[in-house]
Design a protein around this ligand. Structure first.
Ligand SMILES: Cc1ncc(COP(=O)(O)O)c(C=O)c1O
Length: 438
């Protein structure tokens, strides 16, 4: 499909003009001519000119079970008419039902939830709790991380573009990340002995007070460009973190709720049970909710009071619970695994065909393509990445971008797509790649 030509009075032009006039420019849009979204259904989005797109980015990994999935929206609509907001000053059926469900699907003894409205707040709460629970203030995070937009979350974030304005990161130290394609230690897996994991210990000994409140990481770095650690990585880091008194926080804002296939949470793929899990994004399929889930013992250690006014409001709680139920009823953990593996195989076929694809990585419905100008030097190809996004959009496929060097294509379709959707996405990607000037 090609984008239809627009008339001089295309409705999108007025909206884009107003966007530029009334919104902060830092809130960036994709594409030379931004796509004005009009409506969506399951794996498809339509723009205001009526063009239809297969959506493989889902509002930045937020549409986990399909746009406007009627199994979710019907429950949201009913709840809006019944009870919309009372704050957590009054318990309600929806919030406890969601919390109970989360206790069932999270690993280990994670049992108690604190609800917020975003991933940023979920991470804030996790770090705050870790600092209250032990005697250390120090936190270890990973380079290339993205944790959110608050002051503390920006301190954890480790990409320059997201750290402007004098970020205060007292008590936060960053270890090298397990970026095998561009190993920060210039080693090669598996001969490296996963030396990047040992760097966490050296960092604690040299860059902190010698004990830590917590280690926080995304199982697969999202904004960082779907950087996927080797199988041993988190087990090694977990042991180090425990030796130095820290809690292990798994930021599942992108990897949560089945995204990586087979398991509810990404960290389970590495067979590590974290002390705290944070989630948001696809947790409620587009309704703003975040959660910080921990053990009963740790939840007891939170000092004083806390609240997030909209956190766990009945409408958002109903939406999140409905998402869990759809994943269970439609067997989407299995689907994400099976269709995700097929997707990966098809992407590797594209890698054989196009030299520009230097690396294919990720898990399940979270697959990344790192684009390079030269496979030997691995020179990043950001212009080609932007061009590929433009071509894909023109051909009817929505994809995302990420990575410190802006050269990683991020692909994250809903968990309930079929192999036929993958075939269509691959056909459109293939066509788009063939149109990119390399
Ligand atoms: C891994 C991760 N953590 C936290 C956040 C922050 O979430 P939010 O934008 O909902 O505050 C994001 C957002 O992209 C994220 O990708």
């Amino acid at each position: 499909m090609s984008t239809r030509p627009k008339s001089a009075t295309a409705p999108s032009e007025e909206i884009v003009r107003k966007h530029r006039e009334y919104l902060w420019p830092a809130v960036t849009n994709y594409y030379r001519e931004p796509l004005v979204a009009d409506h969506a259904s399951m794996q498809y989005v339509w723009d205001i000119e009526g063009n239809k797109y297969l959506d493989f980015f889902g509002g930045i990994l937020t549409i986990g079970v399909g746009h406007c999935n009627p199994k979710i929206t019907s429950k949201i609509k009913a709840q809006v008419d019944k009870l919309q907001h009372t704050s957590t000053l009054y318990p309600n059926e929806a919030i406890v039902a969601l919390a109970e469900k989360l206790a069932q699907i999270t690993p280990g003894r994670l049992q108690k939830s604190f609800f917020t409205s975003s991933g940023t707040e979920a991470n804030e709460a996790a770090i705050l709790l870790a600092r209250m629970a032990g005697s250390s203030y120090d936190v270890v995070a990973l380079r290339h991380a993205y944790s959110g937009s608050s002051a503390l979350a920006k301190g954890v974030t480790a990409q320059a573009a997201w750290r402007k304005g004098g970020v205060i990161s007292v008590g936060i130290a960053h270890a090298v990340n397990p970026y095998c394609y561009r190993c920060p230690l210039h080693l090669k897996y598996p001969d490296c002995g996963v030396a990047c994991a040992s760097d966490v210990e050296n960092l604690i000994q040299t860059g902190t007070s010698g004990s830590i409140a917590a280690f926080i990481a995304e199982p697969i770095q999202g904004v960082g460009g779907f950087i996927t650690p080797p199988p041993e990585y988190f087990k090694i880091v977990y042991r180090i973190v425990k030796n130095y008194g820290g809690l292990f926080i798994s930021d599942e804002v992108q990897t949560g709720f089945g995204r990586t296939g087979k398991k509810w949470f990404g960290i389970e793929q590495w067979e590590v049970t974290p002390d705290i899990i944070t989630c948001a994004k696809s947790m409620a399929n587009g309704v703003p909710v975040g959660a910080t889930v921990t053990t009963a013992d740790l939840a007891d250690k939170f000092q004083g009071l806390t609240i997030s006014t909209f956190g766990g409001n009945p409408v958002t709680s109903v939406a999140a619970r409905a998402v869990i139920e759809v994943i269970e009823e439609d067997d989407l953990l299995e689907n994400a695994q099976a269709v995700g593996s097929y997707f990966r195989k098809r992407l590797e076929e594209l890698q054989e065909k196009y030299l520009v694809i230097g690396d294919v990585r990720g898990m399940g419905m979270m697959q990344g393509l790192e684009l390079v100008r030269d496979r030997k030097t691995k020179e990043a190809a950001p212009a080609e990445t932007t061009e590929l996004m433009e071509r894909a959009r023109a051909n009817g496929l929505l994809i995302g971008k990420g990575g410190l060097y802006a050269n990683v294509i991020r692909l994250a379709p809903p968990l309930n797509i079929s192999k036929a959707d993958v075939d269509e996405a691959i056909r459109l990607l293939d066509r788009s790649l063939s149109e990119v000037r390399l």
